[in-house]
Design a protein around this ligand. Structure first.
Ligand code: ADP
Ligand code: 5GP
Length: 189
């Protein structure tokens, strides 16, 4: 099966199910897709490992590497820095795999100013109420972080619905249906 691009950007509100959907995709097609491992200054969640889910780094180091021109894009989200290094994408592309980026709306806007030319997929929950339930249900955030993420999600949602902002919108209500919609957005017959 062919994919519609060699690089995909998956974006959407925190808690919309991006990681869940991507993990399924990597499990089903381990030889086809690779994850662009971002850097972040936030603390690892239980179960996350350094160099797999993220490169967990100190703020000073990340700022220095950004200043040295090592990043394609970077942004501050909910009080922490996140960014895609040039190496993160290069490693996947050079392995011959299709590269998947999971980045926020600010990152999407910055990637649009580069030569990367990916396909953009927006993952959104069925409603803000469901998003809040899932975000709280995940149990990974403090109350303050939940509030910041819900606030950001309104802007993400608005941008996601802007005509032309994304190539495809995947509504993650039923997981199975959303996963099939994601695959439909990625593969061409
Ligand atoms: P994101 O990566 O976009 O922040 P996650 O993949 O971590 O979101 O999903 C947030 C929470 O919602 C997780 O606890 C996950 O298990 C749950 N979840 C994801 N998709 C669904 C779904 N379709 N139905 C119910 N729960 C879901
Ligand atoms: P989380 O802390 O839940 O893993 O991620 C929070 C937000 O940061 C999500 O919207 C996620 O897509 C985004 N994110 C993760 N990595 C990057 C990155 O490298 N760049 C940008 N701009 N956002 C990122």
């Amino acid at each position: 099966m062919q994919t519609a691009s060699r690089i995909f950007v998956i974006s959407g509100p925190s808690g919309s199910g991006k990681s869940t959907l991507l993990k399924r995709l990597f499990a089903e097609y381990p030889d086809t897709f690779g994850f662009s491992i971002s850097h972040t200054t936030r603390k690892p969640r239980p179960g996350e490992s350094n160099g797999k889910d993220y490169h967990f780094v100190a703020k000073e180091r990340m700022e220095a590497e950004i200043a040295a021109g090592k990043f394609i894009e970077s942004a501050t989200f909910s009080g922490n820095m996140y960014g895609t290094s040039i190496k993160a994408v290069e490693d996947v592309v050079e392995s011959g795999k299709v590269c998947m980026l999971d980045i926020d709306m600010q990152g999407v806007k910055l990637v649009k100013q580069t030569q990367l030319n990916p396909r953009y997929i927006f993952v959104r929950p069925p409603s803000l109420e469901v998003l809040e339930q899932r975000l709280r249900g995940r149990g990974t955030e403090t109350e303050e972080a939940v509030k910041a993420r819900l606030e950001a999600s309104k802007r993400e949602w608005e941008y996601g619905e802007t005509p032309g902002a994304y190539d495809r919108v995947v509504v993650n209500d039923d997981l199975e249906t959303a996963y099939n919609a994601l695959k439909d957005a990625i593969f061409v017959a």
